[in-house]
Design a protein around this ligand. Structure first.
Ligand SMILES: [Zn+2]
Length: 133
């Protein structure tokens, strides 16, 4: 199949995007972050994985995609699949914010069960992200 071209910027549309999606990753991210802007701002806990744990961070954003972008801007996004949770108000001080956290950092506040629950949800997320809405 020939590469599809973004209808807005002429960039490449990834093959795994749904056939009716005619924009590239960057334009898609702009669309999603524009929508997220309308949400309330929270501290987000992001966990990154690529088959294995790559790192985590806590950043302030209006949504999970914006949070992931924020992590890129801060230079603390290690790539891979990202999974995000809103940090309940008052818990954001449990870990250092705006920096890349190691597995040991995360383990220091989470039980093993909580960590494996995160892993399961991460797998669900990985399959979902193959077909953006
Ligand atoms: Zn584009």
């Amino acid at each position: 199949m020939a590469d599809r071209v973004c209808i807005r910027c002429g960039g490449e549309v990834p093959e795994h995007f749904a056939p009716d999606l005619e924009v590239c990753v960057n334009c898609r991210i702009s669309d999603v972050t524009a929508v997220e802007e309308e949400n309330e701002e929270h501290w987000w806990y992001l966990s990154f994985a690529d088959g294995k744990f790559l790192g985590a961070c806590i950043v302030r954003a209006h949504g999970v995609v914006s949070a992931s972008q924020r992590a890129w801007e801060l230079g603390i996004n290690p790539g891979g699949q990202v999974l995000g949770h809103i940090v309940p108000e008052g818990n954001e001080d449990l870990l250092p914010r705006n920096c890349l956290l190691t597995e040991d950092d995360v383990k220091s506040i989470m039980t093993k069960d909580e960590l494996s629950a995160l892993d399961e949800r991460r797998e669900n997320h990985a399959s979902r992200s193959q077909t953006p809405q």
